[in-house]
Design a protein around this ligand. Structure first.
Ligand code: ADP
Length: 229
């Protein structure tokens, strides 16, 4: 029985099948994603890696329902994101995929305290949480009363990850979360993302930061919109 349990396959929370995304500007077409497939599992940190312009943000945006694929399928928790209405895609971001944006200040309300940000984020999906306990997961439980404005960029990103955890969505999608940070702060953000995966969340990160890539469980490498490995 135990062996059977451990051999049971885990269903992917995110699945992309042969995704194509073209941008049309003027008369030109840029193929941002060219036949990309991937699966992301709960409890694992999957990194979408590649140089600038390789399609990372486009892929993340499709998973979060910010954009639609021209061809192929994007599934989150089994639901076809491309067929969702605008309202359905807003719900997707509220209930299933929490985004963490590259700029720390874009992720938090700076007129609220750190703890209030956590409570607000949880409350959006009707959850009630103890902000200190949530913040403990990213080693910031002692800063619950602090003003967001007092926190460094790296600390703000860790609060943003804690807020995403408080929201209870099964997927956290982080776009270049260490882009504006020094290496030391980035290491703490990576630890916070790993804490999310340890808590069972499907953590999906777009980055070209080698330290983040090195901390991944699974890596999806993109080059000019094509998957390399
Ligand atoms: P990355 O996140 O890896 O830097 P992007 O997904 O942002 O890559 O971009 C992939 C490609 O699509 C690039 O060639 C980029 O110039 C192009 N692109 C991205 N967004 C748009 C847009 N809104 N309109 C036109 N081209 C775009």
């Amino acid at each position: 029985m135990e062996l059977r349990e451990s051999l049971r396959t885990v269903d992917p929370l995110v699945e992309c099948r042969s995704v194509i995304r073209d941008y049309r500007t003027g008369g030109e077409i840029t193929r941002a994603l060219d036949d990309v497939s991937m699966v992301c599992l709960p409890g694992r940190m999957t990194v979408i890696a590649g140089a600038s312009g390789s399609g990372k943000s486009t892929l993340l945006g499709l998973v979060a329902g910010l954009d639609r694929a021209d061809d192929g399928l994007v599934l989150v928790a089994g639901a076809d994101v491309g067929s969702l209405s605008r309202r359905g895609r807003r719900r997707l971001r509220r209930d299933h995929v929490t985004m963490v944006m590259p700029q720390p200040s874009d992720n938090l309300f700076d007129h609220l305290s750190v703890g209030e940000n956590i409570v607000w984020s949880a409350g959006r999906s009707g959850r009630v949480v103890d902000p200190v306990r949530v913040l403990d997961q990213v080693e910031l439980g002692h800063r619950s009363q602090a003003s967001v404005r007092e926190m460094s960029g790296g600390e703000q990103q860790r609060v943003a990850i804690a807020a995403a955890l408080a929201a209870g969505a099964p997927v956290i999608a982080a776009d270049e979360p260490t882009a504006s940070l020094d290496r030391q702060s980035a290491a703490l953000v990576i630890a916070a993302l790993r804490a999310g995966a340890a808590a069972g969340v499907c953590v999906l990160v777009a980055t070209h930061d080698e330290d983040v890539i090195g901390a991944a469980d699974d890596v999806v490498r993109l080059d000019h919109g094509r998957r390399l490995s």
